[in-house]
Design a protein around this ligand. Sequence first.
Ligand SMILES: Nc1ncnc2c1ncn2[C@@H]1O[C@H](COP(=O)(O)OP(=O)(O)OP(=O)(O)O)[C@@H](O)[C@H]1O
Length: 268
Amino acid sequence: MVDQKKLRLHIRDTNLGYRLRKPLLKSINLSISSDETFCILGQNGTGKTTFFKSLLGILPPLSGSITLNGKPLGSFSRKELAKLIAYVPQAHHTPFPYKVNDVILFGRTAHMNFFGSPGRKDLLVVDSILDMLEISHLADCIYTELSGGERQMVVIARALAQEAGLLILDEPASNLDYGNQARLLKKIRALAEAKTGILMTTHQPDQAFLLDAKVLMLSNGSVLHYDDASDALQPDILKKIYGVNVEVIEAGTPGKNPLKVCRPLIDS
Ligand SMILES: Nc1ncnc2c1ncn2[C@@H]1O[C@H](COP(=O)(O)OP(=O)(O)OP(=O)(O)O)[C@@H](O)[C@H]1O
C-alpha cells in the first residue's frame, strides 16, 4: 500500500514524446516528491503537457523508466493512480449537461465502493471543496452552461476531490479572472503547506515567486531544474527561454519580506 502523503516519482534516463516521432524531451533524470512545489515554464510547444502525460502514465516513455515509489507507473491500476495523482488538464470538454456537484463527485470515483455509489464522506468532501474554492453557488448549475473560468474552477474542484498526494495542474489559472487567480494561488499554497505535492505549468513566471516554488524550465528538449525560483527567474535565462527582455524587480511593503516580480520590457 503506497502512502499518499509520501510519494516520489523517479524519472530515469528517459526520452519523452510520441511514438514514431523524434523525442521532445531527452535524457531526463529527475526526482519529484509530494512535499515539493514545482512550476514548469517553457515556450508554447516545448512539451510541458507531454511531460505531464508521461508522469500520469498516459504516454509511456520512449526510453528509460518512470517509477512511483519504486514501482513502474504502468503497474498501477487507473483507480490506484487516481488516489495518488490528480490532474487538471488544460482543456476540458464535457459534452453532457451534468450538474456541477456531480462533475466534482466524479473526482471521488476511486474512493467509492464496488457499486460506485457515493457515501456520506464523498458528499462532505464535495461540499467542503465547493466551500474552499468559494464556488458553492455553482453547485446546482449545469456544467456545460458555465463560463470558461467557472468550468476551470469546477475541474480544479474535481481534482481536489480525489484527495491525491500529488496534484498536477496544466495552466490552472489561464482562464481565471484576476481575483480567482489570486484565490487559486492561495489555495495551491495552502495545499502545499498541507504537504500535497504540486506540479503546475504556468506562463506567468511570477507565480513561481508567489508560491515559493522550485522551477523546471523546458528548453531545447531538456529540463533544467532549479531549487530556487530566484536562480531560475533571472533576466538572461528568461530572455533565453521566451526571447524577450525581462526585468526582475523587488516589490513589497516596508517591514515585510520583499516579493520578486517579473516585468516584460515591451519598449526594448
Ligand atoms: N498526440 C500527439 N501526437 C503527436 N504530437 C503531439 C501530440 N500532442 C502534442 N504533440 C506535439 O508535441 C509538441 C509539444 O506539445 P505540448 O502540448 O506538450 O506543448 P506545451 O509545452 O504544453 O505547449 P503550450 O504551452 O502551448 O500548452 C507540440 O509540437 C505538439 O504538436
